[in-house]
Each structure stands twice: as structure tokens, then as C-alpha cells.
Design a binder for this molecule. Structure first.
Ligand SMILES: Nc1nc2c(ncn2[C@@H]2O[C@H](COP(=O)(O)OP(=O)(O)OP(=O)(O)O)[C@@H](O)[C@H]2O)c(=O)[nH]1
Ligand SMILES: [Mg+2]
Length: 210
């Protein structure tokens, strides 16, 4: 993927507000502040496309982006969905319920969704809410990969040992482990691998079913 172009398509809490599912789509989910919006920006190479904040709870709606890769031989387009985070302590019960309804609807009904990128802060030991989300995706048969974030904040041996601990934890309930990526929005580590993965899945897209 030589050159990428991207645009913000829209922001909405309900399916009727989301763009038509005409392109393959990838969603970014994870705890508040894990770096979902930063990773969207890093991937497409545009700093302020998705709104980033040091205060958790910045992204409130499903934010859709259209990305176009202009390659020597073809133009390839897909969509990214930046989702609001979970696990933000200050969120009220009512807001949590609204989040769950929106996310469940999105993950279960978004027909062009190809793969969910579950973002995990590489600095933390396995968190219950991340493991619960992974479990829920598995139970519902939704394809996902794990994307460890903020790799610039740790030295390589600590990254290796934290990822190994995550794998050991997952192995207690999973026979096979998902594909994993280690990334940093700061250093752009993992960008090529993620884009290559997306390109591979895009190649299997058979077109919109509606
Ligand atoms: N050092 C470093 N900081 C990062 C990285 N990714 C994100 N951050 C910082 O982490 C904070 C949260 O980033 P966001 O991208 O807004 O996180 P989010 O997951 O979209 O958060 P919500 O929208 O609140 O759910 C910001 O201060 C970012 O600058 C990274 O790879 N390295
Ligand atoms: Mg965000």
C-alpha cells in the first residue's frame, strides 16, 4: 500500500447513522485511553483524523473513516470504525448501558465487519475487561486479532514478557491463540504489518451483500 488517503465519513450511535456497508470494515475496540484513535491516525498517516485525548472517554460514538490505498496497479478502499472505549471508572451506569447496547449492535450486526482489532496496553498485565471482551467475541464467532499498543513505553524484554503472560492467560481458555501485533502510535511500529494484514483480508472481500 503505497499512498493512503483517508476521510472521516461520520459519527453515530445507531445503525441508521452509520455509512452504508459497501466496503470491508475493521473496528478498533479496547479500554478507554488504550490508543484506538491514535492507532487510526498512525495507520492512515494523518495526525488529527481521529480525535485523541489524554482524558479517557474521548470517543463517544462509532466514528467511521474511509481509507483509500493508491497502489501501482489498483485502488483499494476500506473502512475503519473507531469505537468508544470501555473500563473508564467515571462512566455512569446509564452510560455503560448505552455503550454496551451500541457496541453489541455494532459488533453483531455490522455486516461488512471483517475483523475486530482488540487493543491491549502492552504495559499492563492481563485485564479482566479485556479478557471478557475477547471471550465475548469468541462466543459470538466474531473474527478478531490482538493489537498491543504503546510499545514505545517499554523496553523489548518487558514487551516480550508481558505478551507471553497474556498468551499464557489466554491459553487457559483458548486452544488456539489469535494473531497478535505489537504497535506504537509514537514510533509507528507495527504499521506495515497491520496494513499488510488488512490488505490480505481485503483480497477476500466478495462485495457488499446488500
Ligand atoms: N507513548 C504513547 N502514547 C500513546 C500511544 N497511543 C496513544 N497514546 C496516548 O494515549 C492517550 C489516549 O489515546 P487515544 O488514542 O485518545 O485513546 P483511545 O483508546 O481512543 O481513548 P478513548 O477514545 O477515550 O476510548 C493519548 O494521550 C495518546 O497520545 C502510543 O503508542 N504511545
Ligand atoms: Mg478514542
Amino acid at each position: 500500500m503505497d499512498t493512503l488517503r483517508a476521510e472521516h465519513l461520520g459519527s453515530g450511535r445507531e445503525a441508521k447513522h452509520w455509512p452504508k456497508p459497501t466496503l470491508p470494515e475493521y473496528a478498533f475496540i479496547g479500554r478507554s485511553n488504550v490508543g484506538k484513535s491514535s492507532l487510526v491516525n498512525m495507520l492512515v498517516g494523518i495526525n488529527k483524523l481521529a480525535r485523541v485525548s489524554g482524558t479517557p472517554g474521548k470517543t463517544r460514538n462509532v466514528e467511521h473513516f474511509k481509507v483509500k490505498a493508491v497502489m501501482p496497479s489498483a485502488v483499494e478502499a476500506w473502512m475503519l470504525a473507531d469505537l468508544p472505549g470501555y473500563g473508564f471508572a467515571k462512566t455512569s451506569q446509564a452510560e455503560r448501558a448505552t455503550w454496551k447496547k451500541m457496541i453489541d449492535t455494532y459488533l453483531l450486526e455490522r455486516e461488512n465487519l471483517q475483523c475486530v482489532f482488540v487493543l491491549i496496553d502492552v504495559r499492563l498485565e492481563p485485564q479482566k475487561n479485556d479478557l471478557d471482551m475477547i471471550q465475548w467475541l469468541g462466543e459470538n464467532g466474531i473474527a478478531f486479532v490482538l493489537v498491543f499498543t504503546k510499545a514505545d513505553k517499554l523496553k523489548q524484554p518487558a514487551i516480550v514478557s508481558n505478551v507471553a503472560l497474556f498468551k499464557r492467560t489466554m491459553k487457559k481458555t483458548w486452544d488456539t491463540l489469535p494473531t497478535m501485533f505489537i504497535t506504537s502510535a509514537e514510533s509507528r511500529k507495527g504499521r506495515e504489518d497491520l496494513l499488510e494484514f488488512i490488505e490480505g483480508v481485503n483480497a477476500t472481500w466478495a462485495g457488499a451483500s446488500s
